[in-house]
Design a protein around this ligand. Structure first.
Ligand code: ATP
Ligand code: MG
Length: 451
């Protein structure tokens, strides 16, 4: 993309309404524009990152054997009346009536809808196990929408639902989700720690929230610092293997890590004192086994091998796709702007032309642009007639992890400058070597092509 032809409405001033850094940078970098409290338009740069995150979530869900689909945002209230949640859900649910006076709602989640689909089409254990998911906009009329996309009213969420004959099978689905979530967050350059959370009115031990440590997080968390040493990495996993998935769950959840809802001071005190941490975190996902709560309410039964009918065992599993942009920025920025991890960066590399209009500099930038594009990467070429300082400030603000700077002086010596946004370090290389290096860097990151 050439910046002169793109739509990147950066702001020079700090927007006064933004209290935290991610919100501030998303507005300043022209990624989002508020339309109403907690509701945003996604401008091209923000949309690009949103789609990259979504792509990673899709790829990892499909890798785990979960099946993508799409359910609507607007739902009829009938199913919610059947499950009893129409009255229970409270004011967070946006209730609407259509022209015929029928009760409708903007879905805050989809347990009822998916259970209805299941009961309409599946009746036998032979069709199990089954995990369906979608990535769709949700609406929750949050009392205090704030922090930009972090606590929106309209937000983008992946929600998946598993259907299994037995509790054991459903717990395997739970473990599969844990593994696929660990992989997803790591591909986004994030450490999200599974922490034991509150099962709510259903109770039980089977729910974990995934938290990104950040001072601005809304949750208070207590953990053994040894959990921050754990990484999933690129190890192979067989999602059909009960033992392997259970092993990962045990590895990642046996150390103390809890949100304030389930915090147990006595247990926490058993952690060696120098490893006890009290901090704040951003919830970027949650997995949940809830048994037969919805299948009993909605009559979603399956016939077992013995011919007997029983309610199907279910769980639901969510990732806050739009919140993740905020969480990634909170975890990765400096005082000049965002620092995107390679896995989600909107463009792979910036090209800054120090002397736009200089025939040699222009030609060198064009050929870098072509070489990177031919290698399957997306460069952002700042081809505007602007001062170098302004171009650098924009690149730093929007946070592309790599930048190639091209100027007449370097070109005389046959070199351009390659700069890492994260370390700030630069090296002089021939244009070919700079392209080669960027290609190698991204060969180690599975990034989707943006929109
Ligand atoms: P919270 O405790 O933050 O209100 P939740 O536990 O109610 O979230 P879930 O129902 O578990 O949310 O939804 C799954 C994921 O969707 C959450 O882990 C979070 O990342 C994201 N999410 C929930 N509410 C919002 C919101 N208002 N804005 C943006 N993302 C959200
Ligand atoms: Mg939650």
């Amino acid at each position: 993309m050439r910046l002169s032809r793109y739509f990147l409405p950066v702001l020079k001033e700090n927007p006064s309404e933004a209290q935290i850094v991610s919100h501030r940078y998303m507005l300043r970098a022209g990624m989002i524009k508020q339309s109403a409290a907690g509701i945003y338009s996604w401008l091209p740069l923000g949309f690009k990152v949103l789609k990259k995150i979504e792509t990673i979530v899709h790829e990892e869900q499909m890798r785990a054997g979960h099946i993508p689909m799409l359910m609507p945002t607007l739902q009829s209230a009938d199913l919610w009346k059947e499950s009893g949640r129409y009255d229970d859900y409270g004011q967070e649910m946006l209730r609407i009536s259509d022209r015929h006076g029928r009760d409708m709602l903007y879905g805050p989640t989809n347990e009822e809808l998916i259970t209805d689909i299941f009961r309409s089409h599946v009746g036998s254990y032979k069709d199990l196990p089954l995990t369906l998911y979608h990535i769709q906009w949700k609406f929750r009329d949050e009392i205090r929408p704030r922090f930009g996309v972090m606590r929106g009213r309209e937000f983008y969420m992946k929600d998946g639902y598993n259907f299994d004959l037995t509790k054991e099978d459903a717990l395997h689905a739970y473990n599969r989700h844990l593994v696929s979530y660990l992989r997803s967050y790591e591909r986004m350059g994030l450490q999200a720690i599974p922490m034991r959370a509150d099962g709510g009115p259903i109770g039980g031990d089977y729910t974990h929230e995934f938290l990104v440590l950040a001072e601005t997080g809304e949750s208070e968390v207590f953990y053994d610092s040894a959990v921050t040493d754990l990484t999933f990495g690129d190890r192979a996993i067989d999602y059909d293997s009960v033992e392997q998935c259970q092993g990962v769950l045990e590895e990642f959840t046996s150390k103390y890590a809890r949100t304030d809802e389930t915090h147990d001071e006595a247990l926490f005190n058993e952690v060696p004192e120098e490893r006890r941490r009290v901090a704040r975190g951003i919830e970027v996902g949650q997995i949940f086994y809830f048994g037969t709560k919805y299948s009993e309410a909605l009559g979603a039964n399956v016939q077992g091998p013995d011919g007997k009918q029983s309610p199907v065992h279910m769980g639901s599993h969510g990732i806050g796709v739009s919140r993740l942009l905020g969480a990634i920025i909170e975890a990765s920025h400096d005082d000049k702007g965002i620092i995107w991890p390679e896995g989600v960066t909107p463009f792979h590399c910036g090209i800054v032309n120090l002397k736009q209009g200089d025939a040699e500099a222009d030609a060198a930038c064009e050929s870098l642009y072509e070489a990177l594009t031919a290698a399957g990467l997306e460069p952002l070429y700042d081809d505007r007639k602007e001062r170098a300082g302004g171009k650098f400030a924009t690149m730093d603000l929007i946070g592309l992890p790599w930048r190639i700077t091209v100027g007449p002086r370097g070109l005389k010596n046959g070199v351009v400058e390659l700069t890492s946004r994260r370390s700030g370090e630069s090296e002089e290389l021939s244009p070919e070597a700079a392209v080669q290096k960027i290609v190698e860097i991204y060969a180690n990151h599975q990034t989707g092509r943006g929109f």
